[in-house]
Design a protein around this ligand. Structure first.
Ligand SMILES: [Zn+2]
Length: 213
């Protein structure tokens, strides 16, 4: 197992470079516990406030993701499903504070299951958002996946370029317990590819599992 893991982790470097998976400004960048943003304190240059219902003022996404979020929320509303944006872009320094808070509460191992270390958070790309139900039921909780809003998102996100980034049953690959609320923008063709190949980004893009740092 060790030798095959080493072989598979060496193989993807060429396609990864070609497809922009290591380029922080690409919508196809891969960020996980084994693949930090480079540089670690990278920040997007095109952050904008999407015109959607939000739990807080001033939440931002990169321009392309903001447009895709507006389309996703509009499609949901047309189906009678009202979503709310809970969290979006988070800077390196903001993540430092968030992660430190979880470490204080749960210890380092506990924090690593639910929160990213600074430089390793998808929220720092400006391409990730946490969504909730407008009525706030199950916000940032496992049961969100069982709400009408969570079910709608799981079924329709990919049509608008988003994937549920940390699906159930993939913790040993993604490094995170299931988060039915955390969506990552990759663009519509890439999202369709991810769904077709089983729903896990690392697997779809040929990256080794990243269960830990
Ligand atoms: Zn999130």
């Amino acid at each position: 197992a060790a030798s095959s893991a080493a072989a598979s982790s060496a193989a993807p470097s060429a396609p990864a470079a070609r497809d922009g998976h290591r380029n922080p400004s690409s919508v196809r960048v891969l960020v996980n516990k084994r693949n930090p943003l480079q540089p670690a304190d990278w920040a997007p240059a095109d952050l904008t406030v999407p015109d959607i219902r939000s739990t807080r003022d001033g939440l931002t996404l990169r321009a392309e993701a903001a447009t895709a979020a507006e389309a996703l929320f509009a499609a949901a509303a047309a189906d009678g499903v009202d979503l709310s944006l809970v969290s979006a872009y988070r800077s390196y320094s903001y993540q430092q504070g968030t992660y430190a808070g979880w470490v204080q509460q749960h210890g380092r191992a506990g924090a690593d299951r639910i929160s990213a270390r600074p430089g390793h958070s998808e929220h720092q790309t400006g391409l990730a958002m946490d969504v909730g139900a407008a009525d706030a039921a199950c916000t940032l909780e496992q049961c969100f996946g069982d709400t009408p809003e969570g079910a709608w998102v799981a079924r329709h996100a990919a049509a608008h370029g988003w994937i549920v980034r940390y699906p159930a049953g993939a913790e040993d690959v993604t490094g995170y317990s299931p988060e039915p609320w955390h969506l990552r923008y990759v663009g519509t063709p890439a999202a369709a590819d991810v769904v077709r190949s089983g729903g896990v980004l690392e697997t779809a893009w040929g990256f080794a599992p990243a269960p830990g740092y």
